[in-house]
Design a protein around this ligand. Structure first.
Ligand SMILES: *Cc1c(COP(=O)(O)O)cnc(C)c1O
Length: 230
């Protein structure tokens, strides 16, 4: 079932890319396995899936250590400074950097281990009060500030769009993110790549792809609804 779900989402990713005249190869589908058992991850590994997303650092660490084959885990959820140590050498990409304070902690832990942490800057593009992330206006200066940290490489931007009934409502949000990515990219900041745009979830990933997403984070459409009571 999970394998079929994944294949279906993958096909929709490809179709959305083609509709937008984009190369489907540009888009990475991240299977968001948060709250789901390791056996679900293993089932997808059997069909060659390598990209998984987690939002709790300890859960990422545990799954990283238990999984039968090396796969990539993305830290997609909010990260507290005291938890950076759990994922610094395990997450292939940290999608949720939204302050210099957090970046400094990532720098410290990365330097300690002699590695470079790859990160995205989280932008609260719709300026929702309940969401983490910097505003569109704050993003360029935060990128500049973080770019001075030698053990961090900024790869792009991430956003969590509002929960809406009609995904079309999020199109302007995704468009604003793409424009912001291009604006920052045009500044040619040293030590910064602006090539990754992580946006789009189960409800709106097709619209996000049409507007330029290069990574989509899909949980429910692959794994089914999550049960937070257990
Ligand atoms: C849970 C989560 C997702 C996946 O959400 P679905 O709606 O289940 O696809 C994507 N991104 C982040 C940051 C998440 O926390």
């Amino acid at each position: 079932m999970l394998q079929e779900n994944y294949r279906e989402v993958e096909a929709k990713v490809r179709q959305a890319a083609e509709r937008a005249g984009r190369d489907p190869e540009e888009i990475t589908l991240i299977a968001v396995s948060k709250t789901k058992p390791l056996s679900d991850i293993e089932e997808l590994i059997r069909i060659g899936v390598t990209e998984f997303g987690e939002n709790k650092p300890q859960e990422l660490r545990d799954k990283f250590e238990q999984v039968s084959q090396p796969v990539h885990f993305h830290q997609i959820g909010h990260l507290q400074t005291n938890k950076v140590k759990y994922i610094i050498d395990k997450a292939v990409l940290i999608h949720s950097v939204d302050s210099m304070h957090l970046a400094e902690q990532i720098q410290k832990e990365a330097e300690k281990r002699g590695l470079t942490a790859e990160v995205l800057i989280e932008v609260n593009a719709a300026e929702e009060e309940t969401k983490f992330g910097v505003t569109v206006e704050e993003a360029p200066s935060l990128v500049r500030e973080i770019s001075t940290l030698p053990n961090i490489k900024i790869r792009g931007l991430m956003t969590i769009a509002p929960f809406v009934d009609d995904p079309e409502e999020n199109r302007p949000v995704f468009r604003r993110m793409k424009q912001l990515l291009l604006d920052i990219k045009s500044q040619n900041i040293d030590n910064v790549d602006m090539n990754v745009l992580s946006m789009g979830m189960t409800n709106d990933f097709e619209v996000a792809i049409e507007e330029g997403a290069t990574m989509v984070r899909v949980g429910t459409a692959i794994f089914g609804a999550r049960d937070y009571s257990i």
